[in-house]
Design a protein around this ligand. Structure first.
Ligand code: MN
Length: 195
């Protein structure tokens, strides 16, 4: 039977400052994500899903199991895509070409992505995903939803739950989302696109 573990962060809690503070990482990772892991481990036994990998649980589950498994998958992708802030941070190669082709330019893509994040009402996630044919799409997912639930391959995500930014940005969600571009590890995003 599966027992899920809290992921190991690939950087120190303060590594993303000033974009995301050490304090926000401490609450978001040690409290929020850890709770989803504990909840899922408590809910899985005798659910009929206890032997499935996480992505399959996310696709098949309903209710509390879907919510907690979805939040684990979402946060593992979210926390796994960051590195310390860099100026003029952007993708290159085939990923940049695909972004240019779909959205017109990297600047337009960022604008659309942040707009999708700021207009998502309530709690949720904005995603960049690849379709079957390799083209790209931005989607808004509410609460714990993940694009794998509608056949997409998720590449990049911004968490727009208030717990992701409220300590640092209070109600200024758009400012928080705009700042995240400095800490995206595009090598990781590219690997997700080409795996
Ligand atoms: Mn979160």
């Amino acid at each position: 039977m599966n027992k899920f573990e809290l992921m190991v962060l690939p950087y120190a809690h303060e590594a993303l400052e000033p974009v995301i503070s050490r304090e926000t990482i401490a609450f978001h990772y040690e409290k929020h994500l850890a709770t989803y892991v504990n909840n899922l481990n408590a809910l899985l036994p005798r659910s009929g899903l206890e032997d499935l990998p996480l992505a399959e649980i996310v696709k098949q589950a309903k209710g509390g199991i879907a919510n907690n498994a979805g939040q684990i998958m979402n946060h593992e992708m979210y926390f796994g895509q960051f590195r310390k802030p860099q100026e003029n941070n952007m993708p290159d190669g085939e990923l940049l070409e695909a972004i240019d082709e779909t959205f017109g330019s990297f600047a337009k893509f960022k604008e659309e992505f942040v707009k999708a994040g700021t207009t998502l009402f309530g709690s949720g996630w904005v995603w960049l995903s690849a379709k079957e044919d390799g083209s790209l799409v931005i989607t808004q997912e509410t609460n714990a939803a993940n694009p794998v639930q509608h056949g997409l391959r998720p590449l990049l995500t911004f968490d727009v739950w208030e717990h992701a930014y409220y300590l640092d940005y209070q109600n200024r969600r758009a400012d928080h989302l705009a700042a995240l571009w400095d800490i995206i590890d595009w090598d990781i995003v590219e690997k997700r696109a080409t795996r």
